[in-house]
Design a protein around this ligand. Structure first.
Ligand SMILES: Nc1ncnc2c1ncn2[C@@H]1O[C@H](COP(=O)(O)OP(=O)(O)OP(=O)(O)O)[C@@H](O)[C@H]1O
Length: 674
């Protein structure tokens, strides 16, 4: 009977020698020759290849691509009960996977690219500390045992390229980030909980169906509108019954007619919902008599489509285009008409409105934000003239925010029904798309650590400027300064032409937007529906910045992180760190960057301090800048140029993500313990 850590260094040495005897035909483990030497004495003349110790026990065994072979080798390792990491990737080990349950401390188990056969042993379910399990590219067969679901800490499960069969819905692991069952004989429906993974992870299983693959057969039928499905069901017996009648049954006719009515009803309902507010508005309200009505249409001409309807009625008060101080971002002035003529491409919809990329007559490009038309604290005040004044004042404040890490607001258009903000266009996308776009897919270019540090630094600098750098507003009067950004999140961290990070959407929270910022909202902030204002605070911004830093470190999307609720990502990270698995939170994509563990751990501590539950414990943005810079300064000398890479060149490095345990376990940060 084995118990965790029941063995000693002697049993470790015996296990290693048994393994070597059984597996090492090519003498790759020659350094293990002197069995009287201590594999854990770092001072021995030749350290034992692939062996790492802690506390006088062998804790890591990493022997990759060494042509180790034989079917009797693995069972010998079952005695290494102090092991945390076992990687035997890319050897020629054969035979079944033995019962490894004595290795109860294992966190990482990599047996991929061998010739292992037989089933996935149910005993693996006892390795409850496992975080990463890679059995890919072997000859494993049979079904995945339900015991695998006991591994509730598992982040990686790779079973691809085997001959495994049965349903995949036997796998229900809530924390999986890295999952692959492609190239097997799995069958049946992909459970909804797994539909978020890209199709590639399920590819090469002839009988799997359901999202993200093609719908299952029954599903394909039931995805028709209910009326049509009823009609199909009703016509089936008639058609199949054949009999040469060639007539539809009464039930079929009834079903088709009912279906038609349902469709007509639905369309009429949609048209009603669409037009009623406009028609009723025309009768009862003066909204349409003022200003321009601008409709950015995404159809029917694809991206070409800023369609302007001229002012309705007498249009006594037309809106106007106002240009702010500095036109460096957009180059020149233009009239609203030119903006309306521009071809527009929708960049996305957010809480504050919809953003478009618009190409003007001379080919210059601007970003236009069309604010959602909601009664805002600024716009909904007593009279329309005062709300206009407040809006204009707010725009003047925003227009003065000039900093290399802030997206400049160059112009705005104000009419009662339509508010457009014109910004410099940021051609290199958002941090959100760089971090999460196409993840797991073939076109994905990983974002390396140097680029992430540079983005972190830029975002923090932008925020520190907003918080502390704008005090000396020109007028010097109260209210001439923006108190807080109010909507810090990864879609609002954009990359400019030089690859420098800039904060977008500054100060739009104060216009009443951004109810969708969950995941970044500080615990003390009022619920989105709450009327209490203002909820854009500096402490709230620092919390959100902390979440962005955690996003950079973990590669996880705050809104989709481990659980629901506003604090999901910080809470998840804290729980992993508390259990002393610190290094397990880091993004798998960062594993190819070597020697960055300490920097990541330092950044993690900084991020968690920003995301502290108690607002008074959070640092100021300027301190975050200082700390990020210190982390960057610690990079070794040759890397001084690396940090300056433009985002595009840093993204060119597309080498495959290595899942070597070198980074993912232990490895030295102060908060990491074995
Ligand atoms: N100046 C800009 N240049 C390039 N892309 C931009 C610019 N401003 C916004 N975007 C992009 O347009 C998309 C939509 O932005 P928008 O600000 O409307 O939504 P959001 O950031 O998701 O939410 P919110 O409105 O709450 O800030 C985002 O992906 C954003 O990255």
């Amino acid at each position: 009977v084995h118990h965790a850590n029941a063995g000693s260094l002697d049993t470790d040495v015996a296990a290693l020698s048994a393994f070597r005897l059984a597996a090492d035909r090519s003498n790759a483990l020659a350094t293990w020759n002197n069995l009287s030497s201590n594999p854990c004495a770092g001072t021995s003349p030749q350290p034992w290849r692939g062996v790492t110790c802690a506390g006088g026990r062998v804790t890591r065994l990493v022997l990759e691509g060494l042509s180790l072979s034989g079917s009797g080798a693995l069972p010998a390792l079952a005695n290494l009960d102090g092991l945390r990491v076992l990687s035997l990737k890319g050897n020629a080990l054969s035979g079944p996977i033995p019962d490894l349950s004595p290795l109860v401390g294992l966190k990482l188990l990599f047996l991929s690219r061998n010739a292992l056969s037989g089933p996935v042993p149910p005993e693996l379910g006892k390795l409850y500390r496992l975080l990463r399990l890679d059995l890919s590219s072997n000859n494993l067969s049979g079904a995945v045992p339900p015991e695998i679901n006991r591994l509730d800490r598992l982040l990686t499960l790779r079973l691809d390229s085997n001959r495994l069969s049965g349903p995949v819905d036997a796998i229900a692991l809530p924390r999986l980030q890295d999952f692959n069952v492609s190239g097997n004989l799995f069958s049946g429906r992909i459970p909804a909980a797994m539909a978020g993974f890209p199709a590639e992870v399920f590819a090469g299983n002839a009988d799997l169906c359901g999202a993200p693959l093609a719908p299952c057969k029954e599903e394909a039928a039931s995805s028709c509108p209910p009326g049509a499905a009823a009609a199909m069901a009703a016509t089936k017996p008639a058609a199949e019954g054949g009999g040469g009648k060639g007539k539809m049954s009464r039930a079929a006719v009834v079903a088709i007619v009912a279906g038609d009515f349902a469709v007509v009803g639905l369309v009429a309902g949609l048209l009603f919902c669409y037009f009623w507010p406009r028609l009723s508005g025309r009768r009862s309200d003066r909204r349409h008599r003022e200003g321009e009505k601008i409709v950015y249409s995404s159809s029917p001409y694809g991206a070409a489509g800023v369609v302007a309807a001229a002012a309705a009625g007498a249009a006594p008060e037309r809106g106007k285009m106002v240009f702010l101080d500095d036109l460096s971002g957009i180059g020149r002035r233009f009239e609203l008409e030119e903006l309306l003529r521009a071809s527009a491409e929708m960049l996305g919809k957010g809480g504050s409105g919809t953003a478009y990329k618009a190409v003007l007559d001379d080919g210059s490009v601007v970003a236009v934000k069309r604010l959602r038309d909601n009664p805002t604290p600024v716009a909904a005040s007593s009279s329309s003239s005062s709300s206009k004044k407040e809006f204009e004042h707010h725009m003047t404040v925003l227009g003065r925010l000039r900093h290399p890490n802030v997206v400049p607001l160059n112009a705005y258009y104000y009419a009662r029904d339509e508010k457009l903000l014109v910004y410099e266009y940021m051609p290199n996308g958002s941090l959100f798309s760089l971090l999460h776009g196409n993840r797991g897919g073939p076109g994905r270019t990983p974002l390396d650590w140097a680029a992430r540090l540079r983005i972190a630094s830029g975002a923090a600098r932008g925020l520190a400027f907003i918080h502390h750098g704008t005090r000396r507003g020109r007028s010097g009067t109260a209210g001439s300064k923006l108190e807080a950004h109010g909507n810090v999140k990864s879609t609002n961290v954009l990359l400019d032409r030089a690859g420098e990070a800039r904060l977008a959407d500054c100060g739009l929270a104060q216009l009443g937007c951004c109810s969708a910022m969950s995941g970044y909202r500080a615990p003390e902030a009022p619920a989105p529906a709450s009327a209490s204002r203002p909820w854009a605070t500096q402490k709230g911004d620092v919390y959100a910045l902390g979440v962005v830093l955690l996003e950079l470190l973990t590669g996880r999307c705050p809104a989709m992180a481990a659980g629901e609720g506003e604090e999901a990502l910080p809470r998840w990270v804290q729980s992993v760190v508390r259990e002393e698995w610190t290094s397990e939170v880091f993004d798998l994509e960062l594993m190819k960057d070597k020697g960055i563990e300490e920097e990541m751990v330092a950044m993690l501590q900084l991020a968690l301090s920003c995301a502290a539950t108690a607002p008074e414990q959070r640092p100021k943005a300027a301190y975050v800048v200082k700390m990020v810079d210190e982390i960057r300064a610690c990079r070794e000398e040759p890397s001084s140029g690396r940090g300056e890479l433009s985002s595009s060149s840093s993204m060119d490095e597309s080498s495959a993500v290595s899942d070597s345990p070198a980074v993912s376990e232990g490895g030295g940060g102060p908060a990491v313990s074995q």
